[in-house]
Ligand binder design. Structure first.
Ligand code: BGC
Length: 750
């Protein structure tokens, strides 16, 4: 039965009923029409299927499922294969657990390092977030399980997340906050998109017609269901008209009744109900129940393997790592035996099992490994005693590994952090251990980045694990002992000071709104322009082997595209993976550009001595900016520097390509400035020539003085210039130029 014929037989009430859930996690079934109830539950780094019935919300009682590395870790893998394999495994488990749609991935941009939910997001960079999100969706949906890319859009903080209005300009939305969603939607066609809680420029995302219909459906071609974030609907009728199909969770029928009432009162066109009900009905295609369980052992092993791809080796002085099995190692820090491996809130998975790093280190070490907790997570015990015990172990070890990080109560969905600092007891412990131990390694577990200041220089190596999922402890041991070679790179900047964050002046906002005043200059884009060095920049990550980059070549392949190739070689003595990071920088165009922006990347595995030439295409978007007046992407004519970065701060090779770009013929009117008139590509030259005739008393533009005058009046609207100084200009001349400019533009635009 087609969706249309199915709807034909339904009453208005039945159709409206499809537009909201029957409880917390399911849609309403229509058995007569063969329409099943669709189960939507949280993810995305594992399935969080609530135990028992779905009539009440339960965050803590969930059916066991594999907890894979959360997005913060996957972001650091820089590898879509990692994201896709997680998507596939989550899809398999969802099917086995009778779940049809897993709510994720989250592709919001990390605008501030303080966002309490950064562990659920991939990156501060839209390309990286989009590529990984699209891969996750591809993997999951290939299993017949729908995805729900979220939170659409501009949900970049938890503070006041259900009310705050994000004040953001069009260019910034298009270049920073929308592209990851755009990529996921256009490349991987997720079954659903989840709208955000917040407002965007004063309008709730849930009732933002421009966002949910004009951009998402009309521009990007999204054909699936727009579902509300849980409780995000404010005005049900406005939301429906804006393009929001499914309201979750159930609201005891209030929204459905309001929809019916509005149709009956002639306030709402029933076509909106039909369109949304049809889309919700079509969601049933993801129903592929299976009851044969999933292979928990295989998925645990997968979680371990993938976690090794994610951790980032930040520092490794005098080749402290990897550890030789016989090294006398002491392990310190409560996190070694009480692992922190995922974030708090709706994504919290009830893991099938959890590996503690301490056990895994002991399994790999060919020597006794003593342990001291060093601090407690709940504040119990005497801090000095705990520290002294750890320092005692550190004194007689060759290498002390300190497991530090943030506890579950330090960061979570629902609130933002106030500081980047590690708890004082941990900083004191690290410093005391480093003073006593010949070598000190710090392994970090944290969902949002933490400051390394105050102890960084004291230690020899730092392995940033972020949150690595249920097998993270074993993966860390594999990395420490060189069973696996680190290949993660930072997907977000580690700042020296919180104040260096480009969003710092405007976070978390006040009096109901938050201004994204840094515009496109988010994260490394802003630091580059301000010339502020990071402690560790976006893209940074070390390996136990070494890589060389050479022979960069960039060739234009059209007016607005190019292709680049570069050779990378593993010059060390062990196999490793290298991320080729391709940035583009330019001064072309009328808008301020970041110093460089990530425009392509790939991760390559290389055996010792192996080399490979990597070729990547740079499409139009790699060079474009969003032009507000044109309402579209524009590639400005000019030079573009294509750079290979070891990070966003460290360029190892560069080459320039000159692009013809787009021929833009701007709209010209009497309200355009004098400058816009004289710079106009079609009529500008003739206008300049006309000046001496129009205003003979002024120095002609061919002289320095004349040019100076034009510069001075350049920002005056032509209408006012004519009224104040140029009444001698024949209006016929101006009309002629306006007509010529309009004709040239319509010829170009078509
Ligand atoms: C979160 C979503 C989540 C939903 C259902 C909301 O509070 O923002 O990410 O999917 O709850 O648990």
């Amino acid at each position: 039965m087609t969706t249309e014929s199915f709807l034909d037989g339904l009453s208005l009430e039945q159709k409206a009923g499809l537009l909201s859930g029957q409880n917390f996690w399911t849609t309403k079934p229509v058995p007569d029409a063969g329409l099943p109830s669709v189960v939507l539950t949280d993810g995305p780094h594992g399935v969080r299927r609530q135990e028992g019935d779905f009539d009440t919300i339960g965050i803590f009682h969930n059916v066991p499922a594999t907890c894979f590395p959360p997005a913060v870790a996957v972001g650091s893998s820089w590898d879509p294969v990692v994201a896709e394999r997680i998507g596939t495994a989550v899809g398999e488990e969802a099917r086995a657990l009778g779940v049809h749609v897993v709510l994720g991935p989250g592709v919001n941009i990390k605008r501030t390092p303080l966002c309490g939910r950064n562990f659920e997001y991939y990156s501060e960079d839209p390309l990286l977030a989009g590529v990984l999100g699209a891969a996750h969706v591809r993997g999951q949906q290939a299993q017949g399980v729908g995805a729900s890319v979220k939170h659409f859009a501009a949900n970049n903080q938890e503070t006041e997340r259900m009310q705050v209005s994000v004040e953001v300009d069009d260019r910034t939305l298009r270049e920073i906050y929308l592209p990851a969603f755009e990529r996921v939607v256009t490349e991987s066609a997720p079954a659903t998109v989840m709208c955000a809680y917040n407002k965007i420029n004063g309008i709730y995302a849930s009732q933002h017609r421009w966002l949910l219909t004009e951009v998402l459906r009309d521009e990007w071609g999204f054909g699936g269901v727009v579902v509300s974030d849980w409780g995000a609907v404010d005005d049900r009728v406005a939301a429906l008209e804006a393009g929001l199909d499914l309201q979750m969770p159930a609201d005891r029928g209030a929204g459905d009744a309001r929809v019916v009432e509005a149709v009956r009162a002639g306030e709402l066109d029933e076509a909106f109900v039909d369109a949304s009900a049809g889309r919700v009905a079509a969601l049933g295609r993801f129903v592929t129940p299976r009851t044969d369980g999933f292979d928990a052992d295989r998925h645990h092993a997968l979680a371990r393997e993938l976690a090794t791809e994610c951790a980032v080796l930040l520092r490794n002085e005098v080749a402290t790592l990897p550890l030789a099995p016989g090294t006398r190692v002491a392990v310190v820090g409560e996190f070694a035996r009480s692992p922190r491996f995922q974030g708090g809130g709706s994504s919290n998975v009830n893991a099938t099992r959890v590996d503690a790093a301490l056990d895994a280190v002991r399994a790999l070490a060919d020597a006794h490994v003593p342990f001291a907790p060093g601090f407690s997570l709940d504040g119990s015990g005497d801090a000095a005693t705990l520290r002294d015990e750890a320092v005692g172990l550190a004194r007689s070890a060759e290498v002390t590994v300190v497991f530090a990080g943030l506890a579950e109560h330090d960061e979570s969905e629902g609130f933002d952090r106030e500081t980047l600092d590690l708890p004082d007891v941990q900083v004191e412990l690290i410093r005391a251990v480093a003073a006593a131990s010949p070598r000190t390694v710090v392994v970090l577990a944290n969902g949002g980045v933490v400051s390394l200041e105050g102890w960084h220089d004291d230690v020899d190596a730092i392995l940033e694990g972020f949150l690595l999922g249920q097998a993270g402890g074993a993966a860390v041991a594999d990395l420490l002992y060189g069973v696996a070679n680190p290949s993660g790179h930072l997907a977000e900047t580690i700042l020296r000071r919180l104040q260096d964050s480009p969003s710092h002046l405007n976070f978390p906002g006040e009096q109901g709104s938050v201004r994204y005043a840094e515009g496109v200059l988010v994260g490394y884009r802003g630091l580059g322009v301000l010339d502020v060095p990071a402690r560790y920049p976006f893209g940074h990550g070390l390996s136990y082997t070494t890589f060389e980059t050479r022979d960069l070549q960039v060739v234009g392949t059209g007016d607005d595209t190019a292709t680049m190739s570069v050779t990378v070689a593993n010059t060390g003595d062990r196999a490793g993976k290298h991320v080729v990071q391709v940035y583009v920088g330019t001064a072309a165009g009328p808008v301020r550009r970041p110093v460089r922006e990530l425009r392509a990347f790939t991760k390559v595995a290389l055996e010792p001595g192996e080399e490979r030439t990597v070729t990547l295409d740079l499409d139009r978007r790699a060079f474009a900016y969003w032009d507000v007046a044109e309402g579209g992407w524009v590639v400005a004519a000019g030079d573009y520097t294509v750079q290979i970065g070891a990070s966003a701060e460290d360029v190892v090779a560069e080459a320039t390509v000159t692009l013809t770009g787009d021929e833009i013929i701007p709209v010209l009117s009497l309200d355009s400035s004098v400058g816009a008139w004289v710079r106009h590509p079609v009529v500008g030259p003739e206008i300049i020539e006309s000046f001496p005739t129009w205003l003979p008393e002024l120095p002609p533009p061919s002289t320095e003085e004349g040019l100076g005058f034009l510069r001075m009046v350049g920002s005056m609207p032509m209408r006012r210039f004519v009224a104040d100084m140029g009444s001698a200009i024949p209006s016929g001349d101006l009309d002629r130029f306006l007509a010529a400019a309009a004709a040239a533009r319509s010829e170009r635009v078509g």
